[in-house]
Design a protein around this ligand. Structure first.
Ligand code: ZN
Length: 64
């Protein structure tokens, strides 16, 4: 795998829906409260917390 160097290089995020690691290279400036989309299952996720590069997310219910 090719890994880009940059500010977000050490962050990782596992999708709570499909359990795959989300490609965060599309989101170079991750902040809490931001919406990201899982590149595997397309789930919309809200960033709740970023702890030591570990991005914790919550599934956003788009049905409303
Ligand atoms: Zn997913």
């Amino acid at each position: 795998m090719i890994q880009k160097t940059g500010e977000a290089a050490n962050t990782k995020c596992v999708c709570p829906e499909c359990k795959n690691t989300i490609d965060l290279s599309r989101y170079p400036n991750l902040v809490v409260g931001m919406i990201v989309e899982c590149n595997h299952c397309g789930m919309t996720l809200l960033i709740k917390e970023i702890v030591n590069g570990d991005v914790r997310t919550e599934i956003v219910d788009e049905g409303k």
